[in-house]
Ligand binder design. Structure first.
Ligand SMILES: [Zn+2]
Length: 398
């Protein structure tokens, strides 16, 4: 049998195998078992959270030969045919590549007649927001009153791009990102079932990088297994693969911030660049660190013991951690404006140093103002920018 990617070969065969989305699966199982299916559903949510998977499971549950309390069996002829993608009554349209009125009309021609193999015809339109406005308009009537043997399932990552007239004709389910712990447990089970031993930290990093998408997590895990070969999937390798920087280097950088040692910080940033880490990932990691430090300080102020003592030793207080967190997130947002990624990272680190209070309680920026005041009091000319603005003001007065 041809090799299939993990994310495809591990697609749940029944509602009960779906990871996360408990409320949605419960609602669907109840509707199927009480024969109360609506004629059109709309699944919204981020990529890889199970929209198409749930759509196909509905098709299975409605046509299964041996349904069990509203769930499909996953093994009968109908279920297997839907899984292989060759069931004649389950019609899938990828709206990203079939956007026009003609494609939608061809689809509607197919649903006029009763199902020939199963009990219901199921129409799945993926990335439905990509349809043209004329295609949407041509759908309205059929979507409101489709033939009784038909169920429509629309899926989209961009709900805001759908006309209100379409949304109001469907039962809408907003699929949530999969919780971190569930992705971690699932990845561990999958890898162990494939005789791969993963390090706990490696799984944590993959889960973090997946952003709540199970499909992304499985693809990344597969990539890590391919790189590891016969060896266990280790933290350092996964960290490198994902463009993260090692925690040791990150800690080194935070120590320089705590000590207000800008020249050492330059060296660490240089080492980070040499390690091949992506600037966006490093800023994400730094922001997470400052978030943890902030939490640690707040808990200590409330006389509650923090989750762990890792962050107790850094000489960074709550206000600073708060500010540095924002500097990192804004630095990441503006990375695309920087001449190159490394300059963007270095400037963000420099900005952090610019806001470290000096021993007198001021900051570098306050010091600049002090310098200006001293220069003025000594009757000396200030920075060129101030000269320019003075000249401009005088011209305006004239
Ligand atoms: Zn079945």
């Amino acid at each position: 049998m041809a090799y299939q990617a993990l994310a495809r070969s591990l697609r749940p065969k029944k509602f009960s195998n779906v990871v996360g989305q408990e409320l949605v699966t419960r609602a669907l199982i109840n509707s199927v078992s009480h024969d109360r299916m609506h004629h059109s559903y709309l699944f919204t949510g981020g990529r890889g959270v199970g929209k198409t998977t749930l759509a196909r499971l509905i098709a299975k549950a409605l046509n299964c030969l041996k349904p069990e309390d509203g769930d499909c069996c996953g093994t009968c002829e109908q279920c297997l045919s839907i899984e292989r993608g060759n069931h004649i009554d389950v019609i899938e349209l990828d709206a990203a590549s079939n956007r026009g009125v003609e494609e939608v009309q061809v689809l509607f021609d197919q649903i006029r007649y009763p199902p020939s193999m199963g009990r219901k015809k199921v129409v799945i339109i993926d990335e439905v927001h990509m349809l043209s406005i004329h295609a949407f308009n041509s759908m309205l009537k059929t979507l409101e009153e489709p033939p009784s043997h038909t169920v429509f399932i629309l899926a989209t990552t961009e709900l805001s791009k759908l006309p209100k007239t379409i949304v109001s004709r469907c039962i809408k389910f907003n699929l949530q990102n999969i919780p971190r712990k569930k992705i971690e447990n699932h990845l561990t089970q999958v890898l162990e079932a494939n005789h791969v031993k993963p390090e706990e930290k490696a799984i944590e990093l993959i889960t973090k990088a997946s952003g709540g998408s199970l499909r992304d997590a499985l693809s990344l895990a597969e990539q890590a297994v391919a790189i590891s070969g016969q060896n266990p999937v280790g933290r350092d390798m996964v960290s490198k693969m994902l463009g993260f920087v090692s925690e040791e280097l990150l800690t080194e950088l935070l120590v320089t911030v705590g000590e207000d040692n800008c020249s050492d910080a330059f060296e660490v940033v240089h080492k980070i660049n040499e390690s091949g880490a992506s600037s966006a990932r490093v800023l994400d990691q730094l922001a997470s660190f400052f978030h943890e430090i902030c939490k640690d300080r707040v808990l200590r102020n409330c006389n509650r013991s923090p989750d762990n003592n890792r962050f107790g030793s850094f000489a960074i207080d709550e206000t600073q951690a708060n500010l540095f967190y924002q500097i990192c997130t804004l630095g990441k947002r503006d990375l695309h404006l920087a001449p190159d990624e490394f300059v963007g990272l270095e400037m963000t680190i420099l900005r952090i140093f610019a806001f470290i209070p000096d021993k007198n309680g001021g900051t570098y920026l306050h010091d600049q103002n002090k310098t200006k005041e001293t220069l003025k009091s000594q009757g000396k000319k200030e920075l060129k920018t101030d000269l320019l603005s003075e000249e401009l003001n005088q011209k305006k007065k004239k």
